[in-house]
Write a protein that binds this ligand. Structure first.
Ligand code: URA
Length: 203
């Protein structure tokens, strides 16, 4: 059954929302999360960029390529995990989402995480880390740490991680990023060591 227009539907998608005038003006579409509705591992980014806005899917640009590679390295396929964002509409000129925009979209994110009920939530970058932890975060130093945070009505295990884009402008962050994604796979119990696919064909 469909809920009110400004709510998550049965597919965990927001189909229409006009809460943020600047984002409504700059977006091409609402970019909802992707991945299984029972995923044990959820990645939360900041918000859609230009490629995501064009294609209607989170993390499908250069950052997404890095995330996909790290997932494969950790024995996971992109389709094994849920990938979503703090805000579902692209901020103009790639600026950070504003506090009121994050607040406007928070209920959707909380409802999504609530329905997924994952083992672990991974924050990709400073913005989602500060948003979910409700404190300031020095993400480079704190990346790789697990904390408990109240998200909606429940306390959740949250693994902090740098944004995949950080590895593109600073190669020295790459190993740490890959290690944190491997840790996420381990904590969620989701990794099968085969990139999400059967390895029978190899034998
Ligand atoms: N960066 C994000 O934080 N989210 C995306 O979906 C893409 C890039």
């Amino acid at each position: 059954m469909e809920g009110p227009p400004e709510a998550l539907d049965d597919d965990l998608c927001v189909r229409s929302c006009e809460r943020c005038p600047a984002l409504v003006a700059s977006r091409s579409r609402i970019v909802n999360g992707v991945g299984p509705a029972d995923a044990d591992l959820v990645f939360v980014g900041e918000g859609p960029g230009a490629t995501e806005d064009e294609r209607g899917e989170p993390f499908v640009g250069r950052s997404g390529d890095v995330l996909d590679e790290a997932l494969r390295d950790a024995g996971l396929a992109r389709t094994d995990v849920r990938i979503t964002n703090c805000v579902r509409c692209r901020p103009p000129d790639n600026r950070d989402p504003r506090a009121e925009e994050l607040a406007n979209c928070r209920g959707y994110l909380e409802a999504e995480i609530d329905r997924l009920d994952p083992e672990i939530v991974v924050t990709l970058g400073k913005v989602p880390s500060e948003h979910l932890l409700e404190r300031s975060v020095a993400i480079t130093g704190e990346s790789g740490t697990v904390v408990d945070a109240r998200i909606g009505d429940r306390s959740r295990r949250v693994l902090l991680c740098v944004h995949p884009a950080a590895t593109l402008y600073d190669r020295s962050q790459r190993d740490g990023f890959f290690e944190t994604i491997a840790r996420a796979a381990e904590l969620s119990g989701a990794a099968d060591g085969a990139g999400g696919q059967s390895r029978l064909g190899e034998f």
